[in-house]
Design a binder for this molecule. Structure first.
Ligand SMILES: NC(=O)C1=CN([C@@H]2O[C@H](COP(=O)(O)OP(=O)(O)OC[C@H]3O[C@@H](n4cnc5c(N)ncnc54)[C@H](O)[C@@H]3O)[C@@H](O)[C@H]2O)C=CC1
Ligand SMILES: O=C([O-])CC(=O)C(=O)O
Length: 266
């Protein structure tokens, strides 16, 4: 039985916690949850799950894996400390890795401490074929994300502007680094697609605001001279946070299932 600690108990952290308790109980126990906000401890059967009062308490605990499911700031603040404490790290706020310095430092910390950083597919997928096409060479990768205006409003890129509730429009076009700076709660998928493929500067990102959007839809196109892939994923946003797709939390559970299995899917 492996133990995990979870950082972040918001919309996605709650889904992940339930998924681990209900679907992965054969392989995982939740050692504890840390959130900078005050949270109510969820029940694991008749027993409440431990809530760490400080991040240092989480570090001292004996969990093998720490899941970050909080925000890009959490990766910056805790990533290296988790690895230095000899724990594997699962990062959902992949956007933090658009910062080259942080990405290099985290990779070095993982190597030095003999630990691994795992990047789940989050609200998208197809990393296997994107990696394959990128490794073949000459790859071109783009991602288009469509969300309802309410899922995008409040992003720093928009400043104080509120997106129209009656008009579909492209609101951003640029590279993955500019995307995450402008939409830190919407474009972790773009940075994940970028670092798994051709990098943050070469990955083109478009964001569409669509009042009719039935969910959050991400379309990825990757191609080189010898292969092409089109990947489209639509997921319901979480009612507690319409910015985030529920698949992002479930992908962490699926990754944990893979890590506990003798068979690895790529
Ligand atoms: N890789 C992917 O495909 C996706 C990644 N995400 C990432 O997941 C994150 C969480 O999403 P939601 O649960 O919907 O957000 P949320 O806003 O509902 O919950 C975030 C929780 O994390 C806590 N938190 C934030 N920063 C923290 C810190 N530095 N230390 C401790 N706790 C902290 C907050 O208090 C809150 O309870 C997003 O901010 C985004 O970075 C979201 C969607 C897709
Ligand atoms: O959940 C989604 O659809 C994508 C998202 O917010 C992100 O990548 O940050």
């Amino acid at each position: 039985m492996k133990k995990i600690s979870i950082i972040g108990y918001g919309a996605l952290g709650k889904i992940l916690t339930r998924a681990v308790l209900e679907k992965l109980e054969y392989a995982y126990e939740i050692a504890g949850i840390y959130d900078q906000a005050k949270i109510d401890a969820p029940q694991a059967g008749a027993k409440p799950i431990h809530v760490y009062t400080t991040f240092e308490e989480l570090l001292k605990d004996d969990a093998d894996i720490v899941v970050e499911i909080a925000g890009v700031g959490a990766v910056r603040a805790y990533g290296q400390k988790v690895l230095a404490a000899k724990k594997d790290l699962i990062i959902t706020s992949v956007g933090a890795l658009a910062d080259d310095r942080l990405y290099v430092d985290l990779r070095k910390a993982a190597e030095k401490n003999g630990r691994r950083i795992h990047i789940p597919s989050g609200a998208v997928g197809g990393f296997d074929i994107i990696r394959t096409i990128a490794l073949m060479g000459g790859a071109d990768v783009e991602i288009e994300s469509t969300k309802a205006p309410k899922s995008l409003n409040g992003a720093p890129y928009l400043e104080e502007r509120v997106l129209p509730a009656d008009e579909k429009r492209e609101i951003f076009a640029g590279d993955a680094r500019a995307a995450i700076a402008g939409f830190p709660k919407n474009t972790n998928v773009a940075v994940a697609t970028a670092i798994t493929g051709v990098g943050v500067e070469k990955t083109r990102v478009r964001i569409i605001s669509d009042p009719e959007a039935a969910g959050n839809t991400h379309r990825i196109h990757a191609e080189n001279e010898r292969a092409a892939a089109d990947i489209a994923i639509t997921s319901k946003p979480d009612p507690a946070n319409p910015k985030s797709s529920v698949t992002a939390a479930w992908s962490v559970a699926a990754l944990l299932a893979d890590l506990a299995s003798p068979v690895r899917f790529f």
